[in-house]
Design a protein around this ligand. Structure first.
Ligand SMILES: [Zn+2]
Length: 335
């Protein structure tokens, strides 16, 4: 699974430009799903099974990035705006990569003066794409993602875009495990939906949920951990197992969905922890209000340093999340 994770996290796909990631996932699931469609917004929808409760699983393909807004004349410097929630304190010296392969470096004014203590506004940063020639390899209107390759440290995996490609990997692996089961061990119609534009407002999940019209939905996404220095009071820790969401600012998980997940984790002996998140939300927040409403929950992957190029997960948690998802999908959903 590590090879798949590496391919996914190193793929290029800022919000609205998920085509490379979608192609990669399509190649992985082609032999596994009964039907594969791409909806008008670009969501990749993979169905397995044709009877029983309709369960939608949502993982987002897009990642945060930048959009070039203006080229400073004759300099190779580009101004940009954010795609998704950038953290200004992490930008200086970061590398971004354009679709044509150009790698740029982010600079800021006065980094050893005022910039030493506080990050400036986004408009003050710039990207150096100069290559020694007189022309710029990139023009305004071009998006980029942050760039770092995957690193491994013991059971930890460190990469950009773990948010949410680690969940895409879990969904693909779960589809693989389900497909390997006998047909009667697959009592649900499962729609694995790889969504677009989550980081800019849960846009893909909203239309996909309307199209799929599920009986119940599970989003998989990263969540913060409370085990970092001076971190908020939060019980989730790295290596503590799959995090079952109870509440975040965009979603109150219905107790029936929460219990469905907790009871499955207990029955299958899967390590789990309960997640109470006070900032941020997931695709489940959009899915729950589709049509007449969809009971929705979330399996979260504990992750350190979210929205940096060093999002860190633990392989034990990844396996726990994969087992929990597969366990839920291979038993008839009570919805
Ligand atoms: Zn995410």
């Amino acid at each position: 699974m590590k090879e798949l994770i590496q391919k996914l996290v190193e793929a290029w796909g800022p919000s609205g430009y998920e085509h490379h990631v979608r192609q990669l996932i399509q190649d992985e699931v082609r032999e596994l799903a009964d039907e594969i469609t791409v909806d008008p917004l670009g969501n990749l929808i993979c169905r397995l099974g044709s009877s029983g409760p309709k369960v939608m699983v949502a993982t987002h393909m897009d990642e945060i990035g930048v959009m070039i807004t203006y080229a400073e004349p004759n300099s190779g410097y580009l101004r940009f705006t954010g795609i998704g929630g950038l953290l200004n304190t992490t930008l200086a010296g970061s590398r971004v990569r354009f679709e044509n392969g150009t790698v740029g470096v982010i600079g800021m004014p006065d980094p050893f003066g005022t910039g030493r203590m506080t990050a400036p506004e986004l408009e003050e940063f710039y990207i150096d794409v100069s290559d020694g020639s007189a022309t710029s390899p990139v023009s305004p209107g071009t998006p980029a993602t942050f760039w770092r390759p995957l690193e491994t440290r013991g059971s930890r995996l460190i990469a950009k875009a773990m948010d949410d490609r680690i969940a895409c990997a879990i969904a693909i692996e779960s589809l693989r495990r389900l497909k390997a089961l006998k047909k009667k061990a697959r009592p649900n119609q499962v729609y694995f939906v790889f969504t677009v534009q989550e980081e800019v407002g849960l846009r893909g999940a909203r239309t996909a949920a309307y199209g799929v019209n599920p009986d119940v939905a599970i989003a998989l996404d990263v969540t913060h951990t409370g085990d970092m220095i001076k971190n908020e009071k939060m019980a989730v820790k790295l290596g503590g197992g799959a995090a079952i969401k109870i509440h975040d600012p965009g979603l109150v998980v219905p107790p029936a969905v929460r219990d469905w997940m907790v009871e499955r984790a207990q029955a299958d002996g899967i390590p789990y922890q309960l997640e109470l998140l006070t900032g941020g939300s997931t695709d489940a927040a959009a899915i729950q209000t589709a049509r007449a409403g969809v009971p929705s929950g979330c399996i979260s992957i504990p992750t350190r340093f979210i929205h940096t190029t060093s999002e860190t997960v633990d392989t034990g948690d990844v396996e726990a999340c994969t087992r929990l998802l597969t366990g839920l999908l291979s038993n008839a959903a009570p919805f």
